[in-house]
Design a binder for this molecule. Sequence first.
Ligand code: SF4
Length: 119
Amino acid sequence: MSKKGLLLCVCQGTCPSFQGMNIFEVINAIRREKLVDFVAIHPQLCADDGDTYLKTIAADKSIEQLFIAGCDPVMQSKMFRDAFREASFDTSHHFAVDIRNMQTDQAIEAIKNLITVNS
Ligand code: SF4
């Protein structure tokens, strides 16, 4: 089965960029509509343990699309490049959206839009 997953990365939850949204409400809104097969919130994917987490997830060959909502897409592709390479994950299956400085509803819409235009 080809799976779609959504990861929310939130700069440890301490960065002001994520203070305007309820991250649990954001991720639950996507779950409620069953837009993906699994979701997770990670505090810092660009830290060493985030790398390990990403490698572990990306090594799953049944993942067809990995949506990551967090910082800028260009930043994401630079910071996650090594983890994806080590996991032999095709980076064309990574879809990124910047949700920093958004309110809850805005972040939900941005993620829904990312998933919809790439499905
Ligand atoms: S990957 Fe981006 S959103 Fe996640 S902690 Fe690092 S800078 Fe913040």
